[in-house]
Design a protein. Structure first.
Length: 369
């Protein structure tokens, strides 16, 4: 491929970049934080594409210059220098072209959203609850490595230090583009600390990842559709930890969705958390319906699949984690549990991105004919 093949596409991006600069220069935009964040993210993406295109074009010109010099140069020493420089330029151009093609792939609509994550033990009793707690902490460490902010919206611990459930939000750049791959059933195989016979047990937990709803989503919550009740917050073992009914439960009558929060001492704050989670769940329903309309697009299906689908196995005796959807394995399970989820998420993202790049190139080729 040459710069000329995508020059028309790049010209359109330059026009769009100028429009974004003008929009973001207006003081009014900062009164609309959701829109401001979206436009800023788009400007950053286009700026990166334009920089890569400029660098790639420059590398190709260097290749042409060195090729011409090589054709006319007869001195062996100078030819060797030119050949070395040419090889470096060729490698650089390939790297830049790959980066450019990946950057040209449009992000999925909700990839830049903040995210709400829910973790719950499924099969396996105490062992499932313990692993749920460990994965919860691994996610928070991963978020810290990425520079994301986190807020625990609701959590209930067990007597042994596991969790009955944990609900938390993640706020940062491209949060959903990473975390959406975590939705589904996670299976753990290991010898529990309480197992005296050394037998390997299998337990499962479920993870649900929801992009946060924003104003542009127009998620309407009518008061008559909500059944709101309060109760006393409880801790491990079921004992009450608050003398007042500060915990809140909301049932959305049309869908039957139930959300609850007892994280805060304030009833009002817990109600706000419930509404936030409920909106995210209603947005997920809309996204799933949209994904069904585009069943051939694998990227559109990510994060909208069946919550009962087993997506990953953590085999502690072999220090192996395998993602069954993409056939990808990593062999540093202790590192992953310390927050290094990149060893499994980066290959998944790269696999989908390569497919999207091929589709993009096919589209550009067709439009150029």
């Amino acid at each position: 491929m040459t710069p000329g093949d995508i020059s028309q596409h790049i010209d359109l991006m330059k026009v769009r970049f100028a429009e974004l600069e003008k929009e973001l220069a207006s003081p009014d935009i900062y009164a609309r934080p959701s829109e401001c964040k979206k436009l800023t993210s788009e400007r950053r993406r286009i700026s990166n594409i334009l920089e890569l295109f400029t660098a790639w074009s420059s590398a190709l010109r260097d290749i042409d210059s060195n090729t011409e010099l090589l054709e006319s140069e007869t001195d062996p020493e100078f030819r060797s220098l030119i050949e070395n420089d040419l090889a470096e330029c060729q490698k650089k151009s390939v790297d830049l072209e790959n980066q450019l093609m990946s950057s040209l792939v449009p992000p999925m609509p909700k990839d830049d959203r903040n995210t709400i994550v829910e973790i719950r033990p499924a099969a396996g009793g105490d062992e499932a609850a313990l692993f749920a707690g460990e994965l919860f902490r691994a996610y928070l460490k991963f978020a810290e490595q990425k520079g994301w902010k986190h807020e625990v919206l609701d959590s209930t611990e067990t007597d042994l230090g596991g969790i009955k459930e944990a609900v938390f939000s993640l706020d940062g750049e491209d949060v959903y583009s990473y975390m959406k791959f975590e939705s589904g059933v996670h299976r753990v195989q290991r010898v529990p600390t309480t197992e005296s016979g050394g037998r390997i047990h299998t337990s499962t937990i479920t993870v649900s990842v929801l992009p946060e709803a924003e104003e542009v989503d127009s998620i309407e919550l009518r008061q008559e559709d909500l059944d709101i009740s309060t109760f006393r917050a409880s801790g491990a073992g079921g004992q009450h930890v608050n003398r007042t009914d500060s915990a809140v439960r909301i049932v959305h009558k049309p869908t039957g969705i139930t959300v609850a929060s007892q994280q805060e001492r304030s009833q009002l704050r817990n109600k706000e958390i419930c509404m936030r989670i409920l909106k995210a769940k209603l947005l997920e329903i809309t996204m799933r319906e949209e994904a069904e309309k585009h069943a051939s697009d694998k990227r559109a299906q990510v994060g909208t699949g069946d919550r009962s689908e087993r997506i990953r196995t953590y085999n502690f005796p072999q220090s192996r984690v395998t993602d069954h959807r993409y056939g990808i394995s990593a062999f540093d399970l202790p590192g992953l549990m310390e927050g290094d989820l990149g060893q499994i998420l980066d290959p998944i993202r790269e696999s989908l991105n390569q497919e999207a790049v091929q589709n993009l190139l096919s589209g550009l080729s067709s439009s150029g004919q």
